[in-house]
Ligand binder design. Structure first.
Ligand SMILES: N[C@@H](CCC(=O)N[C@@H](CS)C(=O)NCC(=O)O)C(=O)O
Length: 86
């Protein structure tokens, strides 16, 4: 069982692309809409994963910090996504 968290905002095209990729791969995800808590998310994820977080989407898979859509697409294409999936 995989745990995929995606932090999104309602108007974000990259969020839509990321969710579409997960749907295409038949991977369930938990969506956290941060329209009302964007700054809080940035601070919390930056601290938790020791990264500079300034955009949505933010994607975490099985505790691994992935990053945004371009990062997700890159690990999908390279095959690294499979390595962090169960
Ligand atoms: N390369 C990033 C780009 C993400 C991005 O630009 N997200 C926009 C919304 S779609 C954003 O968060 N903009 C807020 C900002 O730049 O302050 C990704 O692929 O996720």
């Amino acid at each position: 069982m995989n745990k995929i968290d995606i932090y999104t905002s309602s108007t974000c095209p990259y969020c839509v692309k990321a969710k579409k990729l997960f749907q295409m791969l038949k991977l369930d995800y938990i969506e956290h809409n941060v329209d009302d808590g964007f700054e809080k998310m940035c601070v919390e994820l930056s601290e938790k994963y020791n990264k500079t977080v300034q955009t949505v989407p933010q994607i975490i898979i099985n505790g691994h910090y992935v990053g945004g859509y371009t990062d997700l697409e890159a690990i999908h294409k390279s095959g690294k996504l499979k390595e962090i999936l169960n």
